[in-house]
Design a protein around this ligand. Structure first.
Ligand SMILES: [Zn+2]
Length: 119
């Protein structure tokens, strides 16, 4: 599953960060997840407890903040929401009808906040 790989990747990052800052347990992790990542929050929550078992994040909470996918129109220069303006999965500018675009935001997965557990 896509989500498990993502979580395992995050754990590597969290583990490295924790070592660097001398943290021994993490209580909660907040992540920004872009809509274009294809990550389904409910699946990510589903794999979290198992994946973090025996790691620095064991028993921790996961908070997911979905970030809207925003496209930048290559023709009129305006920005628009991808999901609300897609026709047959192709984003179409609601202002000028162009299907030429670049992604402005929405493909990121960023660890925003880590709450350190009290000893
Ligand atoms: Zn446009």
């Amino acid at each position: 599953m896509h989500e498990l790989g993502v979580v395992l990747n995050m754990l590597d990052t969290l583990d490295a960060a924790a070592k660097r800052y001398g943290v021994s347990r993490i209580a909660s992790v907040s992540v920004d997840v872009g809509e274009m990542t294809g990550i389904v929050p409910v699946y990510m929550h589903g794999v979290w407890p198992e994946a973090v078992n025996g790691t620095i994040c064991a028993g921790s909470e996961l908070y997911i903040n979905m970030v809207k996918a925003i496209a930048h129109c290559a023709d009129c220069g305006k920005d628009y929401e991808v999901m609300e303006n897609a026709r047959d999965e192709v984003p179409m500018c609601p202002f000028c009808g162009s299907t030429r675009w670049t992604l402005k935001q929405g493909d990121q997965l960023v660890i925003k906040e880590i709450e350190v557990a009290e000893e």
